[in-house]
Design a protein around this ligand. Structure first.
Ligand SMILES: NC(=O)c1ccc[n+]([C@@H]2O[C@H](COP(=O)([O-])OP(=O)(O)OC[C@H]3O[C@@H](n4cnc5c(N)ncnc54)[C@H](O)[C@@H]3O)[C@@H](O)[C@H]2O)c1
Length: 320
């Protein structure tokens, strides 16, 4: 039997703090005991506005399962990412569960980004800016609220109504001061932490927009041609990524013509103490991940494990 876990099942099963722990442990385990099997991220353009992507295999040392994720990415759609995560038994290939990929992706991306953001930001930076008020940014904010004091939230989106709704939802839920900003530079002027999660192909922040000491987290530069921060800004910042090769290939560095030597290191290296993160209060730090398959497994396994305790979800026999 295969468990089917949709969005509302996952929202009930997943707990922000438990997911942050699983991701933190995953960064350490994968960073120090990398399986000798390179993860693949494959994408292709489609005749219309979207792209098709596949990420495999999600592997975490000690977890007896692997994931294969298939996503449709359509920037204008809600949600913009749709698809499935297949969770297979590592020994037999049995299809243990099929999970909603929009939810798994937003949780793993947002919470992994929250870990990196919290690690690199100045401890006293308690105003968080959001540029791109969508699914990924929502989970970054939820993660940051679990990790550090947040007193203010400033939101900008191309769609002002979306910015207002995002600000209002978080303001009501977490009792933080909220504001809406007219452009990304205004967000950067007001906030010590800025999270960008947009679909832009033109940079939104340049070096002169960003005050000393800012932490920038850029999630939108995860495919060829997508850029949120200028090359000049990245050249003068301390930049961390999740995978140096991917960042320099089709991520935040490579998409503006910068090579792997512009990465100060990976989040796994900072978490395991092998690299220093922020080294001075006035430094501009950046976390710019592309997203890795093991993160899909870390959260899918957590949800699958929780189901066995709660009985949530529907079982389906594909072979009947
Ligand atoms: N790095 C990773 O690990 C990772 C993982 C998943 C998704 N992503 C990327 O994150 C980005 C956001 O994904 P999402 O699921 O949150 O999408 P979404 O559509 O839910 O949200 C994106 C928001 O950004 C806004 N926006 C688009 N262009 C903008 C611009 N130029 N200026 C200001 N706002 C703008 C949109 O109006 C929308 O509200 C996408 O580029 C996606 O590919 C990255």
């Amino acid at each position: 039997m295969t468990l089917l876990l949709g969005c509302s099942d996952l929202e009930r099963l997943l707990d922000v703090n438990a997911c942050l722990d699983a991701l933190r442990q995953g960064f350490v385990a994968v960073g120090s005991d990398q399986p000798d099997i390179p993860p693949r991220r494959t994408r292709t353009d489609l005749p219309g506005p979207g792209t098709a992507t596949a990420l495999l295999p999600g592997l975490v040392p000690g977890v007896p399962a692997y994931t294969v994720k298939v996503n449709a990415k359509f920037p204008g759609a809600r949600p913009a990412l749709r698809g499935l995560v297949c969770l297979h038994d590592l020994a037999s290939g049995e299809l243990l569960a099929v999970l909603d990929s929009a939810t798994v992706t937003a949780w793993r991306t947002g919470l992994a980004a929250a870990l990196g953001t919290d690690l690199l930001a100045r401890p006293e930076a308690d105003r968080v800016g959001v540029v791109g008020a969508g699914a990924q940014a929502d989970l970054v904010v939820r993660g940051l609220l679990a990790l550090r004091p947040v007193r203010g939230l400033v939101v900008h989106d191309l769609d002002p109504e979306r910015a207002r709704a995002f600000a209002a939802a978080h303001g009501d839920r977490w009792a933080v001061d909220v504001d809406v900003a007219a452009d990304p530079a205004e967000v950067a002027r007001q906030c010590g932490v800025v999270v960008l999660a947009t679909w832009t192909r033109e940079p939104l922040l340049s070096r002169t927009d960003v005050p000393p000491g800012t932490q920038l987290t850029s999630l939108g530069a995860d495919e060829p041609g997508k850029v949120e921060l200028t090359a000049d800004l990245l050249r003068h910042a301390r930049v961390f990524v999740d995978d140096v090769g991917l960042a320099a290939g089709t991520g935040a560095l490579g998409n503006v013509g910068l090579g792997p030597d512009h990465a100060a290191g990976t989040l796994a290296e900072v978490l395991t103490g092998r690299r220093a993160g922020r080294t001075a209060p006035e430094e501009v730090t950046v976390y710019a991940p592309v997203g890795l398959p093991w993160q899909d497994l870390a959260l899918s396994w957590l949800a699958y494990d929780a189901v066995r305790a709660t009985g949530l979800g529907t079982s389906y026999d594909w072979l009947a």
